[in-house]
Ligand binder design. Structure first.
Ligand code: DAH
Length: 374
């Protein structure tokens, strides 16, 4: 190698090393680069080896340049080495441990009241009933008058019903209620029975309808009362519908929801919209050894101290009866041709009995520890 070649080589190594080292990002390729320039047979060693062949006066200066180049290459390699080893390996981000527990995605679930409504509707659906809903804001006529609840009936009193005050009405509450009663204004329905009137006014028999929904009553909230709760109304209208049909349908329902061994009894009662009327009881699911939930009497639960039936052995679950001819008259049905039965039940009550819940407020407090149990 002559002087010029050496100078050109020094120059080109000095430039190339910077470009080459920038493109390197693994220890292995850095080692290869180190071997290429600083190795025993590397480029710089070749330059050093050529020095003794040069004329004496040139040797010193070129030797210095080659040494400087060697130091520069060595320090660049050392820096790169540090940056490679302190950088986390590219693959670290993607390492995963298949043994780690998965992140659990919590799923929501249906509210127990929704579940029981679905269950009850499905039972009646199978028996041929269709599900129809009505509005929560009702006319006074559908909620009362159409259902043969006379003006003087106690359930019409303001303490039993939330009447709606229209913006233009007087603020005086009593005057307001009286005005509502006379003019047939709006209210929050106090039961699901008004849907009977709506359906019968718009459809001809035969009818088999089930009506789930919210109802409102101005009751003080306690373990067994709430100002809002749910009811399910049911009714059938056709020619030749008899009380025995009512008994058969309700018994099939009670067995489907509480277990096939459940017993039922019908007690005479009064409802303005049915005649005759009955209240329907089931045998106590806690102290009578008959239910799906308690196949044996609960230990230590003698009927006398049963927390659910309080020794009565029977639990009331619904009101029912044969639809009053006046109701048929009010909707324009021929009451000599058609007969029918109706029934209404409180959903919270059914759920409380079925699941052994002793406080209605639990349904409305939205405590997940309660809701998740269903
Ligand atoms: N509407 C009644 C109530 O809220 C329940 C009821 C009783 C509905 C007898 C009926 C029935 O259809 O026949 O207390």
């Amino acid at each position: 190698m002559d002087i010029n070649t050496i100078k050109i080589e020094i120059d080109s190594i000095s430039k190339n090393i910077i470009v080459e080292i920038t493109g390197i990002n693994s220890t292995q390729s850095l080692e290869e680069l180190q071997l290429k320039y600083l190795g025993r047979k590397g480029k710089i060693a070749q330059l050093t080896g050529a020095i003794p062949t040069l004329p004496l006066p040139e040797r010193g200066a070129l030797g210095c340049q080659i040494n400087a180049l060697k130091n520069k290459v060595a320090s660049l390699i050392e820096k790169k080495q540090k940056s490679i080893t302190t950088k986390p390996p590219e693959t670290a981000k993607f390492i995963y441990d298949i043994g780690l527990p998965a992140i659990v995605q919590e799923l929501g679930q249906l509210h127990p009241i929704t579940k029981i409504i679905d269950e009850i509707c499905a039972i009646f659906n199978q028996m041929g009933f269709s599900v129809i809903e009505g509005p929560e804001i009702e006319t006074e006529h559908n909620n009362f008058t159409g259902l043969n609840i006379p003006l003087e009936h106690p359930s019409r009193e303001a303490f039993d019903t939330f009447y709606l005050k229209l913006a233009s009405e007087p603020v005086n509450q009593l005057a307001n209620e009286q005005a509502n009663r006379q003019t047939g204004k709006l209210l929050l329905r106090s039961h699901t029975s008004p849907v009977q009137i709506r359906v019968m006014k718009s459809q001809e028999p035969p009818l088999a309808v089930i009506v789930p929904g919210r109802v409102y009553r101005p009751d003080a909230v306690d373990a067994s009362h709430s100002f809002m709760f749910h009811q399910i109304e049911g009714f059938i209208v056709d020619e030749n519908i008899r009380f025995s049909d009512l008994k058969g349908i309700l018994e099939a329902f009670a067995k489907a929801i509480f277990g096939k061994d459940i017993k039922m009894r019908f007690r005479p009662h009064f409802f303005p919209f049915t005649e005759p009327s009955v209240e329907v009881d089931i045998s106590c699911i806690i102290c009578e050894p008959v239910s799906r939930l308690a196949s044996e009497p609960v230990k230590g639960c003698k009927p006398a101290n049963c927390p659910v039936c309080h020794g009565k052995r029977w639990l009331e679950i619904l009101g029912s009866g044969m639809i009053h001819p006046n109701v048929f008259k009010n909707v324009g049905y021929d009451f000599k041709k058609y007969t029918g039965f109706a029934f209404g039940m409180g959903v919270e009550r059914i759920a409380m009995l079925k699941y052994g819940i002793n406080d209605i407020r639990l349904f409305f407090e939205n405590d997940l520890r309660f809701l998740k149990q269903f």
